[in-house]
Design a protein around this ligand. Structure first.
Ligand code: AHR
Length: 626
């Protein structure tokens, strides 16, 4: 078998091909990437989040009385955050998200907003490990009758994977508390309201070129009232508007738009926020008070009422100002500066809509929003949506609409069987390069039972090779979903599983990582020949050759989904490369394996022969010679 490269047949391709799509699904944000350790810190959990949840969820009165935590709303900390706890000398505890994991010697930033209506209250804040051992304890005082933030630093004397946080006021004194928070100092890049370092690091390892956020379905929400309003997710933490999450839990939105922009900046990735096109998720279960205003294809949809659309559109435009506006002259630029970021975030993309049915209600609102954005900000690249991808869906209407409106990019989603990926490697070959380009915003190979393993990972690798070949029309891709907390998973498979102390990347993660770390801006044509293999077997091998300008490296990627090893003769034509020091990375295993990761070594391949393992993905990096 051989791989013949045609150096004279090269084309420019997207330098943003591999990104990430972060959605708060599977406890991806609260209890996940967002490093807050106290669950229901704002006492705003309620039945809209989940049927049996109350404002005291995750909290217990711990004086042995088994009493219910008293909640009040008479003197709220903020109108967006009306509920707070009333402690009448009784201790309370919070068990975090499946317990609070703490490390010996690490520092934790504790804070709460308190008011002492009857005068000073001393209180003790402590972390207690699973065996009842107090691992950290500090005393603080609430002395104001008005809400005031008090802080303490806790430094545990021992590790505890599942501690509880106790707040014990002096006996007989009444104390009101809200926004009870515990954060590790060691967040990603040390940011105060930051991200869990190990999870953020594993995402950074993908070298994503962009981050799409905050959804997915979360972006357009369960009914109009649940649309993710970006303005409710910024500002002081206590003034953010909590929002129920349509995946069945609560969003504090402590990880809000400002933090998403910061995360992009820390990753060196382009932000790609997605806003609802004035219509909620096509699968919304909540009938809207406004539904009589709508004409839709399925008769169930609802959208932002027409009389509210001017404000809705203004909110979209304000987001662009928040991201890019001058801190001195723009109102929303000033708000960003006040949040600690005077420099613009330099946002270049905005997504409008997510996998929506291309209904009349959608088309009307989408058109209004996109026209307003392009008129005021012609340099911002709008990412539209193709609509749901299934046999008989409105899928092609989404493309036609985007084409007629000259939308530069269209987001399409497909979760498919591995065989689909093997058989559709020509999917993008005939996409019209003069029409809107593609953002493959959500995809994954799904096996029955929806597990991911070497088989799904390798079929995704094979398919991505064909996407890379078409990366003159496919500009961006992101696997979905990204994160899933064990025991809190609404969707499978996911790219990275985790619990409170461990991060567990899947084999599919390593495929993403290999593509993200081995991207190029120039695609060089090549042809695989497989000796006497039948055509069906040929479909199970694929290759791609790119040149990466930054590292001055030619990168050859080869997927072999055959159960046999192959010796591959590399014919690079006249490309000048150092064959005596090739960096070869191989990901391989049995199709049903789940626990494999790639291995890298530097080898000489002067004879041009590369051994491909059965069921493998091989990446060869070759330095350009001068
Ligand atoms: O990725 C999971 C969900 O799949 C997303 O929220 C939605 O866009 C799609 O239907």
């Amino acid at each position: 078998a051989g791989l013949k490269v045609f150096p004279d047949s090269a084309k420019g391709i997207s330098d943003k091909l591999i990104g990430i799509f972060f959605e708060d699904i599977n406890y991806g944000a609260d209890g996940g990437l967002y490093a807050e350790l106290v669950q229901n810190r704002d006492f705003e959990y309620n039945q809209a989040d989940r049927k049996n949840w109350t404002h005291s969820y995750a909290w217990t009165v711990s004086d042995g009385s088994d009493g219910v935590l008293e909640i009040d709303t008479v003197m709220p900390l903020h109108a967006n955050n009306r509920h707070y706890a009333v402690l009448r000398g009784n201790a309370v505890k919070n068990n975090g998200y499946d317990g609070i994991p703490v490390k010996k010697g690490a520092k934790y930033r504790f804070s709460l907003y308190g008011r002492a209506p009857e005068g000073n209250v001393q209180l003790e804040v402590s972390l207690v490990g699973g065996n009842g051992l107090v691992v950290a304890s500090e005393k603080i005082k609430v002395s104001s009758k008005n809400w005031k933030k008090v802080t303490a630093t806790l430094m545990p004397s021992a590790d505890a994977d599942s501690a509880e946080l106790f707040i014990t006021p002096a006996a007989g004194r009444t104390l009101h508390v809200d926004m009870v928070s515990l954060f590790p100092h060691a967040t990603f890049k040390g940011r105060e309201n930051g991200l869990r370092a190990d999870l953020a690091e594993i995402l950074a390892g993908l070298k994503p070129k962009f981050v799409r956020f905050p959804g997915g379905c979360v972006a357009h929400g369960n009914g109009v009232d649940n649309i993710y309003d970006w303005k409710g997710s910024i500002g002081e933490l206590y003034e953010r508007k909590p929002l129920s999450n349509l995946w069945g839990y609560h969003q504090t939105r402590g990880l809000g738009y400002h933090e998403y922009f910061l995360f992009c900046e820390d990753l060196g990735a382009e932000p790609l926020p997605v806003l609802a096109a004035g219509v909620p998720c096509q699968n919304s279960s909540v009938p809207s008070a406004h539904s009589h205003n709508l004409v839709t294809t399925n008769g169930q949809q609802c959208g932002v009422p027409m009389e509210q659309m001017p404000q809705y559109i203004q909110d979209v435009l304000d987001l662009i100002e928040y991201a890019n506006g001058d801190a001195r002259t723009s109102r929303w630029g000033r708000v960003r500066a006040k949040a600690g970021h005077p420099e613009p975030f330099n946002m270049k993309y905005i997504g409008i809509g997510n996998e929506d049915l291309i209904s009349p209600a959608f088309v009307e609102r989408f058109t209004m929003i996109c026209n307003a954005v392009s008129e005021k900000y012609p340099d911002i690249k709008i990412v539209g949506t193709s609509g749901p991808f299934y046999e008989g869906s409105d899928y092609t209407y989404g493309w036609q609409l985007a084409d007629s409106m000259h939308i530069p990019l269209v987001d399409e989603h497909y979760y498919v069987a591995p065989g689909w990926m093997v058989n559709n490697q020509d999917f993008y070959d005939n996409y019209d390069r003069d029409k809107p380009h593609v953002y493959l915003g959500e995809y994954a190979a799904h096996l029955p039972g929806r597990q991911s393993n070497v088989e799904t990972a390798l079929t995704e690798a094979l398919y991505l090779l064909s996407v890379e070949r078409n990366a003159d029309v496919v500009e961006m891709t992101s696997y979905a979903p990204l994160l899933a907390k064990e025991g809190h998973t609404q969707w499978r498979p996911d790219l990275i599983y985790f619990n409170n102390t461990k991060v567990k990347p899947t084999v599919d993660y390593y495929v993403q990582k290999l593509f993200g770390n081995n991207s190029g801006e120039v695609y060089i044509a090549s042809k695989l020949s497989a000796g006497n293999l039948p055509a069906t077997a040929m479909k199970r091998q694929g290759a791609s050759v790119v040149f990466n300008k930054e590292t001055d490296t030619y990168i050859v990627k080869i997927a072999n989904l055959l159960p046999v090893a192959t010796s591959l003769a590399l014919d690079l034509g006249n490309i000048p490369v150092n064959l005596s020091e090739a960096e070869v990375t191989v990901l391989s295993g049995n199709p049903s394996d789940t626990g494999v990761s790639p291995q890298t070594k530097v080898v000489g391949i002067a004879d041009g022969n590369v051994e491909l393992l059965p069921y493998s993905f091989t990446v060869i990096r070759l330095k350009k010679l001068y």
